[in-house]
Design a binder for this molecule. Structure first.
Ligand SMILES: Cc1cc2nc3c(=O)[nH]c(=O)nc-3n(C[C@H](O)[C@H](O)[C@H](O)COP(=O)(O)OP(=O)(O)OC[C@H]3O[C@@H](n4cnc5c(N)ncnc54)[C@H](O)[C@@H]3O)c2cc1C
Length: 271
């Protein structure tokens, strides 16, 4: 297996253009599990680990740009706890401290699991994914990026270089249910973000990919985010989940969990 470990983004893009079949690895917390279970047999690997530029972030004109190499350990701390609290909350629930030191935003997007904890928050915030190829860059909505279970819109030779999202200065919440309190993949998760007179709601682990509860969002906005209507709002959010039975949970429990999490998150935001 050949491993290329470039120092710059340009070198990484050139390496991928020359060998579009090469596997990209960032923190390796998903990639190496797949290799260990023999689900992937890479002949060539491009590691992003040494590319400093991907680990940077900036906050300009109320929009945050987070490099794809930023880790969950970085996101769970200040200033992200103030800038984008739900993302910090989600990052804090990923794996263990060791995993969070390695796990990146780009890796969560690259895996595109319906249980990827950062993804419901990016969806609720209508984030944009910045993608680059040796030929040029493009930006797409998170909703177009996540195309199915563990499937994203990346084409051969492309890398996620960053994600951009609004800094809202309003309350937002991420709530996750799992089999235990730590080191757990979500059975269900809910991200709720207040944007003025509406709440955006995105659901994890209860569909083939992250889902937005758009009908419930519109219904609640039309009721002026009346706190007395939170329970019905949560029932409507749960109705938009598309859960399945699997080794982690039943569909019925997942729908129940979504309802409880949505109500809890909405109450915290509106109190
Ligand atoms: C013990 C354990 C616990 C875990 N717990 C959680 C959890 O609670 N919540 C959760 O969400 N995840 C969890 N994970 C999964 C994993 O840690 C996350 O998905 C993490 O964000 C992956 O990031 P990474 O940098 O390690 O990705 P990698 O493993 O390096 O890459 C993952 C995928 O993304 C692609 N990729 C990486 N970077 C880019 C890029 N810049 N551009 C294009 N493609 C890219 C790779 O090619 C690969 O397909 C856990 C994993 C382990 C091993």
């Amino acid at each position: 297996m050949s491993v290329v470990s470039p120092d710059s983004l340009d070198e990484a893009l050139e390496a991928l253009a020359a060998d579009p079949e090469a596997h990209v690895v960032a923190g390796g917390t998903d990639f190496m599990v797949e290799v260990n279970f023999d689900h992937r047999r890479p002949e060539s690997v491009v590691s992003l680990h040494r590319i400093e530029a991907l680990r940077s972030w900036s906050d300009e004109a109320d929009r945050l740009r987070i490099g794809s190499g930023v880790t969950c350990a970085t996101l769970e701390r200040s200033p992200f706890t103030a800038l984008v609290p739900a993302l910090a909350q989600a990052a804090r629930t990923v794996g263990s401290p060791q995993i969070r030191n390695a796990a990146t935003v780009g890796g969560n997007l690259g895996t595109a699991s319906p249980a990827g904890d950062l993804l419901p928050v990016l969806s609720a915030l209508d984030a944009t994914v910045v993608i680059q190829h040796a030929r040029g860059a493009r930006s797409i909505s998170i909703h177009d990026f996540l195309v199915g279970p563990k499937r994203n819109a990346l084409e051969a030779g492309e890398l996620v270089v960053a994600t951009t999202l609004p800094v809202l200065g309003e309350r937002q919440e991420f709530v996750k249910v799992g089999m235990r309190n730590a080191m757990v993949i979500a059975v269900a998760s809910v991200a709720v973000v207040r944007i003025g007179a509406r709440l955006n709601v995105a659901l994890g682990s209860v569909g083939p990919t992250v889902l937005r509860a758009r009908d419930a969002e519109a219904w609640f906005a039309a009721r002026g985010l009346d706190v007395a209507a939170v329970d019905e709002f949560a029932v409507r959010v749960a109705a938009e989940a598309r859960p399945i039975d699997d080794h982690r949970s039943t569909a019925e429990y997942r729908r129940h969990a979504v309802r409880v999490c949505a109500a809890r998150a909405a109450r915290r935001i509106l109190r």
